[in-house]
Write a protein that binds this ligand. Structure first.
Ligand SMILES: Cc1cc2nc3c(=O)[nH]c(=O)nc-3n(C[C@H](O)[C@H](O)[C@H](O)COP(=O)(O)OP(=O)(O)OC[C@H]3O[C@@H](n4cnc5c(N)ncnc54)[C@H](O)[C@@H]3O)c2cc1C
Length: 139
């Protein structure tokens, strides 16, 4: 039976996957949980119309664009290569809180505990934190 995670990352977008890769690089047993598929939030593939519009009228000779969707998958691959577990279809329905501490997450199928929880749930970060009675701050 393998030991539980030391760090849990909520959200498989760009920030969540980058965080998981960094945590795994630092040696933490890392679990990333994403309720849908990787990059299904605002890290989703860009609408081609936005790309055309944003590239129109550029005067710089060399411009570079980072595709958040591809970058998300690159970080996810890196995280896995470094030993992180990436689980899609795993929705966090609540944070496990005791006093000032967050002990882990509540998934639909049960609780998972860890020493550190990173909430990288994009636009859904505030409701998750507020559900645990934490102030999410200004967005
Ligand atoms: C049109 C557009 C253009 C943009 N242009 C730029 C730009 O030029 N430069 C720039 O820096 N940024 C830009 N951004 C913003 C950038 O795309 C986002 O800041 C970045 O992708 C956000 O990544 P994220 O990981 O924080 O959130 P998201 O990609 O939204 O990821 C959050 C993930 O959390 C998951 N999740 C949510 N709740 C739960 C839960 N309860 N349990 C499990 N998983 C959960 C979601 O399914 C989602 O996959 C743009 C965004 C848009 C929409």
């Amino acid at each position: 039976m393998s030991a539980g995670p030391e760090a849990i990352v909520i959200g498989g977008g760009l920030l969540g996957c980058a965080s998981a890769a960094a945590l795994a690089e630092g040696g933490a047993r890392t679990l990333l949980v994403e309720r849908e598929d990787l990059a299904s939030g605002s890290s989703a593939p860009p609408n081609p119309r936005w790309g055309r519009r944003s590239s129109a009228g550029r005067s710089a000779r060399r411009t570079f664009q980072v595709d958040p969707w591809q970058l998300t998958f690159a970080f996810a691959r890196l995280a896995r290569r470094r030993g992180a577990t990436v689980r899609c279809g795993a929705e966090v329905v609540g944070l496990l809180r005791e006093g000032e501490g967050i002990l882990g997450v509540r998934l639909r199928e049960g609780n998972v505990y860890a020493g550190a929880v990173v909430v990288a749930a994009g636009a859904w970060t505030a409701p998750l934190l507020e559900g645990a009675g934490l102030w999410a701050g200004a967005a």
